[in-house]
Write a protein that binds this ligand. Structure first.
Ligand SMILES: Cc1cc2nc3c(=O)[nH]c(=O)nc-3n(C[C@H](O)[C@H](O)[C@H](O)COP(=O)(O)OP(=O)(O)OC[C@H]3O[C@@H](n4cnc5c(N)ncnc54)[C@H](O)[C@@H]3O)c2cc1C
Length: 384
C-alpha cells in the first residue's frame, strides 16, 4: 500500500516480496470501513467492490447459549457501512494491479531480504536473495513492512518491547451450509473461545487456546479437538470430520509488541514490523494500512525532493504512536480481563455486564464498531 501511495506521488518505489505470489496461509480477510474510505479517496473503491467479497454489517458474540450483537457498522461516518471480507491475497493483487498503473512502481517477487546495506551508520538499502542470485537495492529510504517476524527490524537492531499475550490461535476452514447462521460469530463458553467468520461456502474458524498448549491439544488427538469445536457449535457436527489432518489447522503464535523507535537514519518500520497486534478485534490490517497512509503523507513530498531526514521519520512514528498504543492497550485489557478468565473457567458463562449494556442500548454498539471499523485517529490520503 505504501509502495502504491508513493508511486502515485511520483516517487520511484521498489517493492520486494519473498514469495512468488500472495497466495499463502490465512492472515485475516478484513478490509475495514477506514480502508474502504481510503480506497474511495484514491478513486479505486468502485473497482474494488466489483471483486468478490462479503459485507459484514454487524458482529455478534455468543456467551453460553445467548447471542448478543456487539458491533453495528451501519452508522459509521464513512462511505461504506460495512466491513468487507476478501482473502488477503486478492486484496494485495488488487493493490499491486492499481500500483502498476504508475511507471514509478516496481515490484519484484521471490526476493527475500537477508540484510541491510549500511554506509557510515545510515541504512542505504537491502540485500535480497533471489532465484538468480543476490540482489542489492540502494535507496535513500528503506521501509521494513515485512511483518511480525521482520528481518529488517532485527537486522537494524531496533529495540522490541514485548507486551505479552496469554493465548495462541488455531485456524482452520470448515464447510458452510446454506442453512447455517449467516452471522460472523464469536462464541465463548467453559474455557473455550471459537470465532466463526462467514466466507459464504466455508467458515474461517479461529479456536483460541491458552498460550503454549497447542502440542498438548494435538496429543489429545484430532477427534477430541473436533468434539471441542462441536461442543461450542453443535451445527458443525455433520461436517467436522472433514477436518482430517492437523496440516489443515494452522497455529498463530500470538504476539503483541512494538518498537521503541520505529526508525534509524535511512530506515523506517511500519505495520506488524513496527507493532505486532493481538488478533483481538481483527485490526492488524487496518493499522498497517493506516501506517502506510501516514508515512506516504509525511514522506512523499520529502522523497520527491530527495530530502528525508530523521525528524521526518520520527514524525511518522509520532503520528502513529497514539493509535498503536491505544489499540494495544485495549487489546491487553481484553486479553487479561476477558480472554484469560474465559480460558481458565470450567463453568458455563453468563452474559457479562458490558454485553448486557450493548443488548439493552443498541446505540452503544456504535462504539465497538468505531474502534474496530475506523480505529483511533483514522488517516486520510492527502491530495498530491
Ligand atoms: C492467522 C492470522 C489471522 C489474522 N487475522 C486478522 C484479521 O482478521 N484482521 C486483521 O486486521 N488482521 C489479522 N491478522 C493480522 C494481520 O495479518 C497483520 O496485522 C497484517 O497483515 C500486517 O500487515 P503487514 O503488511 O505489516 O505485514 P504482513 O501482512 O505480514 O506482510 C509482510 C509481507 O512481507 C513479506 N516478507 C516477510 N519477510 C520478508 C523478507 N525477508 N523479504 C521480503 N519479503 C518478506 C511477507 O511474505 C509478507 O507478504 C491476522 C494475522 C494472522 C497471522
Amino acid at each position: 500500500m505504501l509502495g502504491f501511495l508513493l508511486a502515485r506521488q511520483g516517487v520511484d518505489v521498489f517493492v520486494i516480496e519473498k514469495h512468488a505470489d500472495f497466495l499463502r496461509d490465512f492472515r485475516g480477510d478484513t478490509i475495514h470501513p477506514s480502508t474502504l474510505e481510503i480506497m474511495h479517496e484514491l478513486g479505486i473503491l468502485d473497482e474494488f467492490l466489483k471483486r468478490p467479497h462479503q459485507q459484514v454489517r454487524e458482529l455478534a458474540g455468543k456467551v453460553g447459549s445467548e447471542t448478543v450483537t456487539i458491533a453495528d457498522f451501519t452508522h459509521l461516518p464513512t462511505r461504506c457501512h460495512f466491513l468487507a471480507l476478501m482473502p488477503q491475497w486478492d486484496f494485495l493483487n488488487f493493490i499491486t494491479e492499481q500500483a502498476s498503473h504508475y511507471s514509478t512502481f516496481h515490484l519484484q517477487m521471490q526476493a527475500e531480504v537477508t540484510d541491510l546495506i549500511e554506509v557510515s551508520g545510515t541504512v542505504a538499502g537491502v540485500r535480497a536473495k533471489t532465484p538468480n542470485g543476490v540482489l542489492e537495492i540502494r535507496a535513500p529510504l528503506t521501509v521494513g513492512a515485512d511483518g511480525r517476524h521482520s528481518v529488517v527490524r532485527e537486522r537494524a537492531g531496533l529495540e522490541v518491547i514485548d507486551l505479552g499475550a496469554p493465548m495462541d490461535v488455531m485456524w482452520m476452514r470448515i464447510a458452510r451450509h446454506s442453512t447455517d447462521p449467516a452471522q460472523t460469530l464469536g462464541h465463548f463458553d467453559r474455557g473455550r473461545i471459537l470465532f466463526l467468520i462467514n466466507r459464504e461456502d466455508y467458515w474461517q474458524c479461529a479456536f483460541v487456546i491458552p498460550k503454549g498448549t497447542a502440542d498438548e491439544i494435538r496429543q489429545r488427538g484430532l477427534g477430541a479437538f473436533q468434539q471441542e469445536i462441536v461442543a461450542l457449535e453443535p451445527f458443525l457436527q455433520d461436517r467436522i470430520e472433514e477436518l482430517r489432518d492437523w496440516k489443515e489447522v494452522s497455529l498463530l503464535t500470538v504476539r503483541v509488541d512494538r518498537l521503541a523507535r520505529w526508525f534509524r537514519p535511512g530506515l523506517l518500520c511500519i505495520g506488524d514490523a513496527a507493532h505486532a497486534m493481538s488478533p483481538i478485534g481483527g485490526v492488524g490490517i487496518n493499522l498497517a494500512i493506516q501506517d502506510a497512509v501516514a508515512a506516504a503523507n509525511v514522506l512523499g513530498p520529502k522523497l520527491r525532493q530527495n530530502n528525508v531526514t530523521e525528524s521526518d521519520l520520527q514524525a511518522v512514528q509520532q503520528r502513529r504512536t497514539f493509535p498503536t498504543r491505544a489499540t494495544q492497550r485495549l487489546q491487553i485489557v481484553i486479553q487479561n480481563n476477558v480472554i484469560r478468565r474465559i480460558l481458565s473457567s470450567a463453568e458455563s458463562l453468563s452474559v457479562p455486564w458490558p454485553l448486557k449494556l450493548l443488548r439493552r442500548w443498541p446505540i452503544l454498539r456504535r462504539i465497538p464498531a468505531r474502534v474496530i471499523g475506523l480505529g483511533f485517529r483514522p488517516e486520510h490520503v492527502k491530495p498530491r
